[in-house]
Design a binder for this molecule. Sequence first.
Ligand SMILES: C[S@@+](CC[C@H](N)C(=O)[O-])C[C@H]1O[C@@H](n2cnc3c(N)ncnc32)[C@H](O)[C@@H]1O
Length: 187
Amino acid sequence: MQSKDFKRHRIDVVSGLSGIGLEIGFGSGLNLPYYKSITRLYGLDPSKELYEMAHKNLQAVTFPIEQILGSAEHIPLPENSLDFVVSTWTLCTIPHPDLALKEVFRVLKPGGKFCFIEHGKSPKTFIWRIQNLLTPISKCIAGGCHLNRDIEHLIRDAGFKIQNLEKFSQGPKPLGFMYKGVGIKSL
Ligand SMILES: C[S@@+](CC[C@H](N)C(=O)[O-])C[C@H]1O[C@@H](n2cnc3c(N)ncnc32)[C@H](O)[C@@H]1O
């Protein structure tokens, strides 16, 4: 997840952001080098191991950052408090992505941005069937990763208005159907 292609997507998703924000599925902080002008970041992830691994990446940042050990289904931040929320390849892994996205919607200010790159359901029926077959295996061997989630519908169902969305294949077809874009909390 540190290849040239992944790096390009990370830059696309976070480099234009400003204000106060949150990353769900913060992991080891691989997006940190690409934030350019934010005021403060919360990094939320349930993994203690990744929490420790992120420490090295935290040293290099110039903005205040607070790590939160927790799940996106219960974000311990007030409603209408954030300018942006970022998710990079995380909605595949969260056990209840619908609840997590409702929480993301709750904590964003009106007009706030949900900026994401995710992999999920292929529009090709044949590939989607393969994704359905492989998902029980990928859940076991890849930390709970679902290959077949309909990312666009999940985001729309949480109440977001999609401002822009790119959908494209990258890498092995069942693993790499990508959704990159921005959802707006417009009331
Ligand atoms: C494939 S990794 C992506 C990590 C990071 N976003 C990146 O781009 O490198 C998925 C991440 O989702 C996290 N995760 C799993 N369940 C979660 C939950 N309920 N809430 C928030 N994050 C979760 C994992 O711990 C892991 O860090």
